[in-house]
Design a protein around this ligand. Structure first.
Ligand SMILES: [Mg+2]
Length: 348
């Protein structure tokens, strides 16, 4: 219908592409989740299954947008997704990216609901909204995620104390609100202490939220531990709280060791292959009717492609962490892995 007299309406669709070479964060947020959590009898102050369902939906988003989304952080009914600085998704169009992520997340949430709540039917369709914010530097991106985790802590401390007053202390919700008015962090800790709750012993997921990141861990069948920590290293913060990764390496080394080990074993494999190639190169050249030099060149090209594939998304593993991301330790090891993929996720 491009040539019709109606085609001019297309001009009303204004471009909304994001500035190049900037980080994009899409934050999705449950709409009316206060009501939703009541309708589905979510446990107070935290429902682990409801949070795990959020995490599952977020993992779906990350898996679908592997190579574009490098990290995510979630708490309560919200999740933030960080897109690579050079992300090409939907030609960086704000509305397309935001709506796509909201849609991926929401459908995954509904799709996975019965797995997490097998005996609680959905009462009505949950919805999420989303916003996209652009950040110009890694420093500000880090501060963004630190801000969200600080928020997790403040809300969780408040909510945990509030519900202790209600559920254990017998106060009404408005009485508990009054009790907490004007209190500081140490006051809340003291109240919790009276109810026998040691805040620092509560589940890390409640206190720290959930961080999803890609790690490079598997190299041609030889799984390498992504963070086998030694005392005081940057890996410590993560090691203590990782939940769903397999660290089969017996390693006592550091992350750097693990990488070193990986690359040297790859190099050893490479040497073996070179030997094998030397034996058959002449034969192959004769069979293919090409010169040995040409055959060698083809081999080199194939090897280069193989290495490139290795470095691509295949060896990235999505890990779920409940660690501190306010300190610098996390960022020195977990700078969002630059997931490269073969198939660009462009406009569909
Ligand atoms: Mg909300």
């Amino acid at each position: 219908m491009a040539g019709t007299k109606f085609a001019y309406v297309r001009n009303f669709e204004l471009p909304d592409a994001v500035l190049p070479s900037t980080y994009m964060v899409v934050r999705i947020d449950g709409k009316g989740f206060h009501k939703f959590s009541k309708a589905h009898a979510f446990a107070k102050p935290n429902d682990p299954l409801a949070l795990e369902l959020m995490n599952e939906a977020a993992r779906h988003v990350m898996a679908q947008l592997k190579g574009q989304v490098t990290m995510a952080f979630g708490e309560s009914d919200e999740y933030s997704f960080l897109l690579r600085r050079d992300a090409t998704l939907y030609s960086r169009r704000t509305s397309k990216i935001t709506t796509h992520i909201v849609s991926l997340f929401t459908s995954a949430y509904v799709f996975s609901w019965s797995r997490f709540f097998p005996t609680t039917p959905l009462q009505y369709p949950p919805t999420f909204d989303g916003r996209l914010v652009v950040y110009p530097s890694t420093e500000i991106v880090r501060d963004y995620f630190k801000w969200r985790q600080a928020d997790t802590h403040i809300n969780n401390l408040y909510n945990t104390t509030f519900w202790a007053l209600v559920l254990q202390g017998g106060q009404t919700e408005s009485e508990a609100t009054e009790t907490l008015r004007g209190t500081f962090s140490r006051d809340k800790h003291e109240i919790l202490w009276r109810f026998g709750i040691n805040y620092d012993r509560l589940e890390a997921m409640f206190r720290k939220g959930t961080t999803l990141v890609w790690y490079r861990s598997v190299v041609e069948g030889s799984r390498t531990s992504t963070s086998s920590a030694s005392a005081g290293t940057k890996a410590d913060a993560i090691e203590g709280s990782r939940t769903s990764t397999s660290t089969t390496g017996s390693g006592t080394g550091t992350e750097a060791d693990a990488i070193e080990e990986t690359s040297s074993s790859t190099a050893r494999q490479g040497v073996g292959q070179v030997d094998a190639q030397r034996e058959t190169l002449e034969d192959e050249a004769a069979r293919e009717g090409i010169t040995p030099a040409h055959a060698a060149k083809r081999r080199a090209k194939a090897e280069k492609q193989r290495r490139k594939r290795l470095e691509s998304a295949h060896d990235l593993e999505l890990v779920t962490l409940h660690c501190d991301i306010i300190g610098d330790a996390f960022w020195s090891i977990s700078a969002p892995a630059p997931a490269e993929v073969d198939e660009p996720q462009d406009e569909m």
